[in-house]
Design a protein around this ligand. Structure first.
Ligand SMILES: [Zn+2]
Length: 204
C-alpha cells in the first residue's frame, strides 16, 4: 500500500514522453517552447535537423522555409486539437487545417498480408511527414491512448504532455512548475478585492 502523502502530486503531471508512436507526435508539438519562444521549426534548416533527429529525413528532399512554416501551422492545429482532451472546445479553424493537411498528405489505407491495415501518406516530401504524424494521431484515437495526450492548462506553457495518472485527471505538464504557478495565480486572483483595477498586469 502506498504511503498517504500530505500533498500528493498527480501522477499524470509530468514531462515523461508518451508511449510508442505517440511520443513522436508529442515531440513534434513540443518543437515550440511557448514560454521562451524557442522554435525548432522556425527555419527550413531547423525542420531538416528535427526530421533527421527523428529518422524522418529520408521522406523529404529539399526543405524550404515555407515547408517549416507549413509544419508549424499543422503543429499549432494539433496543439489546439489536444484542448478537447481536457474537455475544452477545439477551434473550428484547427480542425479544418488538419483536414486540409490530411488531404495534402493523401492518407490512404494500406492493407498488408498479415491481415492488418494502416493509414499511410501517398504524398512525398514534407506532406508525407505530416501525413505520418496525422496517422499517428488517428491510430491513437482508435487504440484509446489519444485522450491521454493533453495540452498543459497553463496558457503560458501549453506543452503537450501524456497524462499517466490512473484516472486521467492531470491538467499540467509539470505539477511542480505549471501546477503551482496556476494555483498561486488563482490564489492571488481570489485575494484581489473585487473593486480593484482590472488593469493589473499579468506579466511576471
Ligand atoms: Zn506546463
Amino acid at each position: 500500500m502506498k504511503p498517504n502523502l500530505p500533498n500528493p502530486q498527480p501522477e499524470g503531471s509530468s514531462r515523461r514522453p508518451a508511449p510508442g508512436g505517440l511520443g513522436l507526435l508529442q515531440s513534434f508539438i513540443n518543437t515550440l517552447e511557448i514560454e521562451t519562444g524557442q522554435d525548432k521549426l522556425g527555419t527550413g534548416a531547423g525542420l531538416e535537423s528535427w526530421l533527421r533527429e527523428h529518422g524522418l529525413a529520408e521522406a523529404t528532399t529539399s526543405i524550404s522555409a515555407a515547408d517549416a512554416q507549413h509544419c508549424a501551422q499543422v503543429r499549432e492545429a494539433l496543439r489546439d486539437l489536444l484542448e478537447a482532451n481536457r474537455g475544452s472546445a477545439v477551434a473550428k479553424s484547427a480542425a479544418e487545417a488538419l483536414s486540409r493537411a490530411a488531404r495534402s498528405s493523401q492518407l490512404v489505407l494500406r492493407f498488408d498480408d498479415g491481415g492488418g491495415a494502416i493509414l499511410q501518406p501517398a504524398a512525398t516530401g514534407v506532406d508525407a511527414t505530416i501525413g505520418r504524424i496525422l496517422s499517428i494521431a488517428y491510430a491513437a484515437m482508435i487504440d484509446g491512448s489519444w485522450h491521454r495526450l493533453k495540452v498543459c492548462e497553463d496558457d503560458t506553457c501549453r506543452w503537450a504532455f501524456y497524462d499517466y495518472s490512473k484516472n486521467c485527471s492531470g491538467s499540467w505538464c509539470s505539477m511542480a512548475v505549471c501546477g503551482n504557478r496556476s494555483k498561486a495565480r488563482r490564489y492571488r486572483t481570489r485575494r484581489k478585492p473585487s473593486t480593484s483595477s482590472t488593469r493589473e498586469s499579468h506579466r511576471r
